[in-house]
Design a protein around this ligand. Sequence first.
Ligand code: MN
Length: 129
Amino acid sequence: MSGEAILIVEDNEISLKLVKILLTVEGYQVMTATDATEALVVLEKTDPKLILMDLQLPGMDGLTLTRLLKSNPKYQHIIILAMTAYAMKGDKEKALAAGCDGYIPKPIDTQSLPGVLANYLQAKKEDAP
Ligand code: MN
């Protein structure tokens, strides 16, 4: 299952490029932003099904941006998956508390990421009326 629009919010150029290529190959329509401000501009014009959210961003961090989006009826339907270093203990809990739908540890496992995303998108679809 692919073709859905996905927004990647990631300030690390190499990580961004890696995930973008991976998801583009899978057939997703990929949009990118390198900080919260840019993400909000992209969201004004598009309606992604899912956001891959780096938590450590310059300026407004990913947790704050997630809270902002999940408190806005216009955006709260979007699946948000946090991306953060596995070593950061407690980050998973913080991500879920902020409203993230899930959590993807970094470094990104390129083998499993497409399947993980497909599962979240499928689950959301089955959830919907
Ligand atoms: Mn970062």
